[in-house]
Design a protein around this ligand. Structure first.
Ligand code: ATP
Ligand code: MG
Length: 574
């Protein structure tokens, strides 16, 4: 590709509205432009990388026996009503009406549409298993679209849906997809981990996320230093330390006079403030967190030095809509502003983390402004269930082997689910087995964020000058720089190298612009193709060009007629 005729608007300045490095670099390298919040143009250079990711995905999905389809992005409301997700999906679902006032949505995912297709076409066990995928535009009206393609509202996803005749078949398919995903992200040249994950709004019971490791990742991943356990922090189980124990501590029975006792804690709301004021340790304080959802409010109790894990709470209570309660709700429930909630006398169900059962003689909020209560024990209030409700912490024991948990940061690029019969049952996707009995199809679904994978690759591979593409994702393999196009001998030698490299199948971005050498070097570093070949007057006098690797900075002079072989060698194509 000749740079002089390419549509590649690079920027010298760092764009003000970009927070993370991948977003900044994608704007600066002329890969994307913003149209509206979370909605982007993908420019030619960006599209080349997108296509590389898509091609790897296609090859591995096809190899795993999946078939590509292309489903509509606009979906009728009736299908979503069948699974009740028209109500359940909430504001992320962009709802639209056609000229006949019929309701549709712009698809954020395609379980309903694909299950509808399969229930109409599949009749017999002989047509199963079936795995269908597409690479297509999704729309999710994200509350906080940000970081460019990383969290857009409109974005490209590869989504696959599998249909099996029984659970074992579905589990085999799940494993095959797990392997395909491992192959995909390995081929992309990315450093990633697969982790156990929550199943969220999609539902189902078995799920893994594929995380590209990067310090800037939004997701926190725990991993064991001994075994191969790795999980999203949302999921990471905390094994109980001994049995739940609510026995009365010695000498603290009902006859103990002192307890519990209200004390004034004027303006002290946080764990730090209260414990410092009362001279106790954070683990001697009980936090009472009020959460509210469609089924009402609940109180969640954790030790002062622990954090509530809302995902675990939602799962235990079976209310996906539970969120931290608004200040007015907290006041209504506890009679006090935020910072003074305690479990005593509350009329909502209380759920406590396992560790709470081992607490004795502790401090809680007093359910009144500027009041805390000391000398509390578990028997002073009624806990409905003790369970694992807190976030794992660095150094906690591994739930699988007892080793030690460490924390990493990652970007979720892929997510696989075993769905079971959640959608097939709701939508009547049945088949007849060998004996002619009607059965419900077992399903799985498998997503990859294409644009997010591109962004994650940059988060993981960049330096202060720009992008450092892994070879398989690079828009071009080589940046060929003609340092002096006005000198005929330099131009001729560059043109010949461009032709030779191209003829040997190497993808070349040929910088033939009338620009200063410094500009060309900067743009080549910014764009980040793995190899750079420069042709200049001085080198040419010795019959040499220079080859430099973007990743290592390794540089050497090569005779002109050996450049093609040298480039192919460094790209691992020799
Ligand atoms: P997240 O928790 O990040 O919102 P999700 O769990 O909603 O993701 P899935 O429904 O599993 O995502 O979608 C499959 C894949 O699509 C994700 O693994 C991710 O790579 C990608 N993806 C999801 N939402 C977005 C988005 N807003 N922008 C870009 N990619 C996305
Ligand atoms: Mg999401």
């Amino acid at each position: 590709m000749r740079y002089s005729r390419y549509f590649l608007p690079t920027l010298r300045e760092v764009p003000a509205d970009a927070e993370v490095v991948s977003h900044k670099l994608m704007l600066r390298a002329g890969m994307i432009r913003r149209v509206a919040a979370g909605i982007y143009d993908v420019l030619p250079l960006g599209l080349r990388v997108v296509r590389k990711v898509e091609n790897i995905i296609r090859e591995e999905m096809d190899r795993a026996g999946a078939h590509e389809v292309f489903l509509p992005s606009i979906q009728p409301a009736e299908l979503w009503e069948e699974t009740d997700r028209w109500n359940f999906y909430g504001k992320e679902l962009l709802r639209i009406r056609d000229r006949h006032n019929r309701e549709f949505c712009y698809g954020p995912t395609h379980e309903e549409v694909i299950t509808d297709l399969v229930r109409r076409e599949v009749r017999s066990y002989r047509q199963l298993p079936l795995n269908l995928y597409q690479i297509q535009t999704k729309f999710r009206d994200e509350i906080r679209p940000r970081f460019g393609l990383m969290r857009g509202r409109e974005f490209t996803m590869k989504d696959a849906y599998s249909f099996d005749s029984d659970r074992k078949g579905a589990e085999d398919t799940y494993r095959a997809m797990y392997d395909a995903y491992t192959a995909i992200f390995t081929r992309c040249g990315l450093d990633f981990r697969s982790v156990e994950a929550d199943t969220g709004k999609i539902g189902g019971s078995l799920s893994h996320e594929f995380m590209v490791l990067a310090d800037t990742g939004e997701d926190r991943v725990v991993s064991c230093h001994l075994c191969d356990y790795a999980a999203n922090l949302e999921m990471a189980a905390v094994p109980p330390q001994g049995k739940v124990d609510t026995s009365e501590p010695e000498g603290s029975g009902p006859d103990r006079v002192e307890r519990p006792k209200n004390v004034a804690t004027p303006g002290k709301r946080t764990v730090e403030e209260v414990t410092a004021f009362l001279g106790v340790r954070p683990q001697d304080l009980l936090k009472t967190i009020i959460m509210s959802g469609d089924q009402g409010s609940i109180g969640v109790l954790v030790r002062g030095d622990h954090e509530v894990n809302p995902v675990k709470v939602r799962r235990l209570v079976e209310d996906e809509t539970l969120e931290l309660a608004e200040p007015e709700t907290v006041e209504g429930v506890t009679g006090a502003p935020i910072g003074f909630a305690g479990p005593m006398g509350l009329e909502i169900p209380l759920y406590a983390d396992n560790a709470v059962s081992h607490m004795r003689d502790f401090v809680t909020g007093g359910n009144a402004m500027d009041v805390h209560t000391t000398g509390m024990n578990i028997s002073d209030f009624e806990v409905k269930v003790f369970d694992d409700l807190r976030e794992a912490r660095e150094g906690d024991p591994c739930p699988r082997c007892g080793g030690t948990l460490t924390f990493l940061r990652g970007i979720e690029v892929g997510h696989i689910f075993y769905l079971g019969t959640k959608y097939s049952e709701a939508m009547g996707a049945h088949f007849l087995d060998e004996k002619g009995r009607e059965k419900v199809i077992e399903m799985g679904c498998f997503g990859i964020g294409v644009g997010r994978t591109v962004a994650a690759a940059i988060e993981q591979n960049h330096d202060e000058k720009g992008i450092v593409w892994p070879v398989p994702l690079a828009p071009f393999s080589v940046s060929l720089l003609c340092l002096d196009p006005s000198a005929p001998e330099v131009l001729n030698a560059s043109e010949k190298l461009y032709d030779d490299l191209t003829a040997s199948g190497v993808e070349v971005l040929y910088d033939d612009r009338e620009e200063r050498a410094g500009v060309k070097f900067n743009d080549a570093d910014l764009i980040g193709n793995p190899a750079r070949v420069t042709v200049g007057k001085r080198g040419l006098q010795e019959g040499m060009a220079e080859i430099r690797l973007r990743g290592t900075g390794e540089e050497r002079k090569i005779p002109l007629d050996e450049v093609v072989a040298a480039v192919r060698e460094v790209l691992g194509q020799a």
